[in-house]
Design a protein around this ligand. Structure first.
Ligand code: GLP
Length: 242
């Protein structure tokens, strides 16, 4: 595991983009899994900046959103389909961008279709991950088996709480998500875990230095052979090893 602690927001975004761009330099037709959330926003802005400035070329890249809300219209601003349009694909030319269909009537079939697309792209060269306050990765909530595959999952109250504002009320907030499974995420050749903010410090320390357990999905990453962790100072503040 390589752990980097960024000096500030700009340094965080640059380092994260540097890691993504290195993978693409080595493999211009890379397949990359990407998370939503606030944490990677600087990364996506920096990728857009580099692409505009001609410093990187992502036109061969096939990108996959690692999760999606379920049962929400595609164009709702809270879906990952909307998120990635706003923050990535409107600004950066990619070969293709795939997201699971939040409106599908057959979640199992949709998840299988999505996994097939990843297989057809040759498997993920890199997956970028955020981490939830309860240690989830993608929408793999605590208790998710480490051998889980893409599937429909119930969202925990903690996770739903993060979306209430976007849906106006707890009742209107989706109860399910679609997510790549932990086994799908761990099959990526490289993993980049991103976390910022003091509220993530404890879960980051538990995930990286605590016991490997299905009650903390991100602890599964300890077993990955090529894991890079990029933190800001606040998120790193509980780690013993830094
Ligand atoms: C959501 C997403 C995850 C993301 C997490 C953290 O639950 N499904 O993929 O990593 O939130 O989000 P944030 O970066 O906003 O803390």
């Amino acid at each position: 595991m390589r752990t980097h602690v960024a000096a500030d927001e700009q340094d965080f975004a640059r380092r994260a983009a540097g890691i993504v761009c290195n993978v693409v330099r080595g493999r211009p037709d890379a397949a990359i899994g990407l998370p939503s959330g606030d944490t990677p926003l600087g990364l996506y802005a920096e990728l857009a900046r580099r692409a505009r400035a001609g410093q990187t070329d992502l036109q061969g890249v096939t990108a996959f959103a690692i999760d999606e809300l379920y049962g929400v219209p595609l164009d709702h601003p809270a879906t990952n389909a909307s998120y990635f349009r706003r923050h990535l694909t409107e600004h950066v030319a990619l070969r293709a961008f795939h997201v699971m269909d939040s409106t599908t009537a057959g979640p199992a079939v949709e998840c299988a279709r999505f996994r097939r697309l990843i297989d057809e792209a040759g498997g993920l060269d890199l997956v970028v991950l955020g981490i939830g306050l309860n240690g989830h990765i993608g929408f793999n909530e605590p208790g998710s088996p480490f051998d889980s595959r893409a599937r429909q999952v119930p969202l925990t109250d903690t996770t739903r709480a993060a979306y209430v504002q976007l849906f106006g009320s707890a009742k209107a907030t989706p109860a399910y998500g679609l997510t790549l499974g932990i086994a799908d995420l761990l099959e990526a050749r490289d993993v980049l875990l991103l976390a910022t903010g003091v509220e993530k410090a404890e879960v980051v320390a538990q995930a990286l230095e605590g016991p490997v357990t299905e009650t903390l999905p991100a602890s599964s990453l300890q077993g990955h052979l090529s894991l890079t962790v990029l933190l800001d100072r606040d998120a790193a503040s509980r780690l013993r090893g830094t």
